[in-house]
Write a protein that binds this ligand. Structure first.
Ligand code: COA
Length: 332
C-alpha cells in the first residue's frame, strides 16, 4: 500500500504588515495626485511601507513566525522553505536562506521562486507537489515584498498602487482525501512581459550611472493593458479550475483575489457571476503587495472568520511575466 499523502493541507497562516501607514492624502503631499483619484480608480485608501532597515526577509520572517505559531509547528520540524518575491533583499543568497537563519529553521531546504503577484500560488503548487512525494512534512511558504524599494516617485501612475508586507502558510500532508489544496491552474505568457517589468539590476542592465539616470531600477507598467489582461486571465483560470473539478461558482464560500485594484475585482465578479460579497477584500488597507497579497488576505480571512471548516475557497491571481494562477482549497 502506498504511504504517499492523499492530500496537502494548510496547517496555519500568518501575516505581517509594517507599522508605517501612508494614506492617499499623505502621498498627495509629494506626488501630483489626490485621495479622490486614487480611491475612485483603485479602491486603495492606504498602504504600509517598511521602516528604515526593515527588509523583505525581516517581514517574511515575522509572518512565518506567526504562521508557525498558528500551526503549532516547531521550527525544528520545518523541512522546506519557499519564498515568492520580486523584491529580494539581494540577488543572492535567496531570501528563503535569509529567512531560514532569522527564523532558525536549520533543517530546511530553501529556495526562492519568482512569479511576481502570482508567486504565492506558484509556490503553493511547488510545495504541495514536493510534499506529495512523501519526502517533506512541514513546508513554510512565504510571499514577502518591499515594493517601496522599487517604486518611482516621479511616476504617479504606478507609485500610488503598491505597498509592503508579508504573508505565510505552513503546508503539510494529510490522509483525508478531498480536503486542503484540491487543485491548481497556473499559467504564463512571456510575450506580454513588457507590460509590467523592471529593466534594471539584472545581468541585462546591471547598475551603472546611466542605468540610474535612466530610472531603470524602478517598476514600469502600462496600466490599461495590465488591467484588461488581468481580468481576462483571472476569469479564464477561475472558470477552468471550476470546470475541471465539476464545480460551479455557487459552491464557493469565498474568493480571495490578488488585491491589486477594486475595479479589476468588480469586473471579475460580474464575469464569473459571483457576487462581490463573496470576495474577500483588504486592498483598501494595503494596496497591491504583489506576492504577499494573497497570503495576507488568506490569513486575515481565516482570522476574520470569513473562511470556516468545510468551506470551498478559490484563490486567484495575476502578475508580471505575465503569470496567473487559481487554486481551489477545501478547508479541513
Ligand atoms: N493621480 C492623478 N492623476 C493620475 C494619476 C494619479 N496617481 N495617475 C495617472 N493620472 C492621470 C493620467 O495622467 C491621465 O491624465 P490625462 O487624462 O490628463 O492624460 C488620467 O489620470 C488617466 O490615466 P490612465 O492611465 O488612463 O488611468 P486609468 O484609468 O488607466 O487608471 C490605473 C490607471 C493604473 C489605475 C489602471 O490602469 C490600473 O489599475 N491598471 C492595472 C494596474 C495593476 O493592477 N497593476 C498591478 C498588476 S499585478
Amino acid at each position: 500500500m502506498s504511504t504517499l499523502p492523499r492530500s496537502v493541507v494548510i496547517k496555519g497562516t500568518g501575516s505581517y504588515t509594517p507599522a508605517n501607514i501612508k494614506t492617499n492624502d499623505d502621498l498627495a503631499e509629494f506626488v501630483d495626485t489626490s485621495e479622490e483619484w486614487i480611491f475612485t480608480r483603485t479602491g486603495i485608501k492606504e498602504r504600509r511601507f517598511a521602516t528604515e532597515g526593515e527588509n523583505t526577509s525581516h517581514m517574511g520572517t515575522e509572518a512565518s513566525r506567526r504562521a508557525l505559531a498558528n500551526a503549532g509547528i516547531q521550527t525544528s520540524a520545518v523541512d522546506l522553505v519557499i519564498v515568492a518575491t520580486i523584491t529580494p533583499d539581494m540577488p543572492f543568497p535567496s531570501t528563503a536562506c535569509l529567512i531560514q537563519t532569522q527564523l532558525g529553521v536549520s533543517n530546511a531546504v530553501c529556495m526562492d521562486i519568482e512569479a511576481a503577484c502570482s508567486g504565492f500560488l506558484y509556490i503553493m503548487e511547488v510545495a504541495a507537489s514536493m510534499i506529495k512525494t512523501g519526502r517533506y512534512q512541514n513546508a513554510l511558504i512565504v510571499g514577502t515584498e518591499k515594493l517601496s524599494s522599487i517604486l518611482d516617485w516621479e511616476d504617479r501612475t504606478t507609485c500610488v498602487l503598491f505597498g509592503d508586507g508579508a504573508g505565510a502558510a505552513v503546508l503539510g500532508p494529510s490522509d483525508s482525501p478531498q480536503t486542503g489544496l484540491l487543485d491548481f491552474k497556473l499559467g504564463a505568457d512571456g510575450a506580454n512581459g513588457e507590460v509590467l517589468f523592471m529593466p534594471g539590476g539584472g545581468s541585462a542592465n546591471p547598475a551603472t550611472g546611466t542605468s540610474i539616470d535612466n530610472r531603470l531600477h524602478f517598476l514600469k507598467m502600462r496600466g490599461k493593458e495590465v488591467f484588461k489582461l488581468a481580468v481576462k486571465v483571472m476569469e479564464q483560470a477561475a472558470k477552468e479550475i471550476l470546470e475541471q473539478n465539476g464545480l460551479n461558482s455557487d459552491q464557493l464560500a469565498c474568493v480571495i483575489p490578488h488585491q491589486a485594484n477594486l475595479r479589476i475585482i468588480e469586473l471579475l465578479s460580474s464575469r464569473l457571476e459571483i457576487p462581490m460579497d463573496r470576495f474577500y477584500l483588504n486592498l483598501e488597507k494595503y494596496g497591491n503587495t504583489s506576492a504577499a497579497s494573497i497570503p495576507i488576505a488568506l490569513d486575515e480571512a481565516f482570522r476574520d472568520g470569513r473562511i470556516n471548516s468545510g468551506d470551498l475557497v478559490l484563490l486567484v491571481a495575476f502578475g508580471a511575466g505575465l503569470t496567473w494562477g487559481a487554486t481551489l482549497v477545501r478547508c479541513p
